[in-house]
Design a protein around this ligand. Structure first.
Ligand code: SF4
Ligand code: SF4
Ligand code: SF4
Length: 331
């Protein structure tokens, strides 16, 4: 009887100690939002220069060997209405009232590009349990490995921009998203959408160069004349031309949103009105990873308690077994 009481007392004492110790150990500090690598590559999309020709949509399809998608019954044209497992880039249109003037918020219209933002701290990478989504440490390109993907679609749910899309119609469905045309670099090419854009509305280059260019534009007087580069801002032949400065919102979308993105955007219409979500300067990956680690850390507590209880139980049972059978007071 004595022995059983001692055993329970030992267990309770040990469990209490283990619980306190583990409760202290699971307090995890929130990690910082990761920054873009210094050599990060990306795009600058300037909606005031976009004429809605959708050459970039067609070029993206071609560059990624993606099939046409139809939204009309005659099926004459590739007319995707949104990004999908087979459409990685789309130009959407903002419409207001009479739609008389381009880039006017009231009674106007405007364009907006939708494709992967190549976030500095991407939640698709953080959420993927098998590292099928990865961020290149040098270029910062967020790449996808179809061989590693198990089709869980955690990345689809995690992305704040709704970018990764699953190929639901395929028995071996994979995720489709822009990888900044990284497969074209070995042949001396860069992002197809930027290569074909006739106005330079989509511009490719190092994100640091693109950010400087965006700041230069915001400092110009609306209606004045300036030089607009086309193609690759950080290399390649000069294809620049002279054009009129748009009436920009003083906001570079992606400079700070979600911890910063490698694709940056300029617009004359409020970003939320053209479909870009309001996001804080912290990535949700930094928060969710902290919660995950805290949860996993918390799961250690019961195991620690169980371990200590098992040890104490074994020790007491040994003591009981080791004692001589005729020991006085033994039950
Ligand atoms: S190719 Fe350039 S101008 Fe044409 S829709 Fe795309 S971004 Fe706009
Ligand atoms: S936009 Fe979405 S898919 Fe692209 S890197 Fe960011 S989280 Fe990932
Ligand atoms: S970089 Fe390539 S994959 Fe990405 S939107 Fe442009 S053309 Fe499409």
């Amino acid at each position: 009887m004595n022995c059983r009481r001692k055993f329970l007392e030992g267990c309770l004492g040990a469990a209490g100690t283990a619980l306190v110790a583990s409760a202290v150990s699971v307090r995890v500090e929130a990690r910082d939002t990761y920054q873009r690598p210094p050599e990060a590559l990306g795009l600058l999309y300037d909606a005031t220069l976009c004429i809605g020709c959708k050459a970039c949509v067609a070029a993206c399809k071609q560059a990624n060997d993606n099939p046409a998608e139809f939204s009309t019954t005659d099926k004459l044209w590739d007319t995707p209405l949104d990004t999908s497992g087979y459409t990685f880039n789309i130009i959407k249109m903002y419409r207001s009232g009479t739609m008389a003037t381009k880039d006017d918020e009231t009674n106007g219209y405007a364009f907006m590009k939708t494709s992967c933002m190549h976030c500095a701290d991407p939640s698709c990478v953080s959420a993927c349990p098998v590292t099928a989504m990865t961020k290149d440490p040098k270029t910062g390109i967020v790449a996808y490995d179809a061989e590693a993907c198990v089709g869980c679609r955690y990345c689809v749910v995690a992305c704040p921009f709704g970018i990764p899309k699953y190929q639901y119609d395929s028995p071996t469905g994979k995720i489709g998203k822009c990888e900044l045309c990284r497969h074209r670099y070995k042949d001396g090419h860069y992002s197809a959408c930027a290569e074909v854009c006739p106005t330079g509305a989509t511009l490719y280059g190092r994100t640091s160069d693109l950010l400087s260019e965006a700041k230069r534009r915001l400092a110009l007087k609306p209606g004045s004349v300036t030089t607009y580069p086309r193609g690759n801002l950080s290399g390649g032949p000069d294809q620049s031309y002279e054009g009129y400065v748009g009436n920009y919102k003083q906001h570079i979308y992606g400079e700070t949103e979600y911890g910063g993105t490698q694709v940056l955007k300029l617009s004359a219409v409020d970003f939320e009105k053209v479909g870009m979500p309001y996001l804080s300067p912290n990535s949700s990956a930094s928060t969710s990873e902290t919660i995950q680690h805290t949860l996993y850390g918390g799961l250690l507590a019961p195991f620690a308690v169980l371990g200590v209880m098992t040890y104490v139980a074994k020790r007491n049972v040994h003591h009981e077994d080791d004692a001589p059978a005729d020991e006085p007071g033994k039950e």
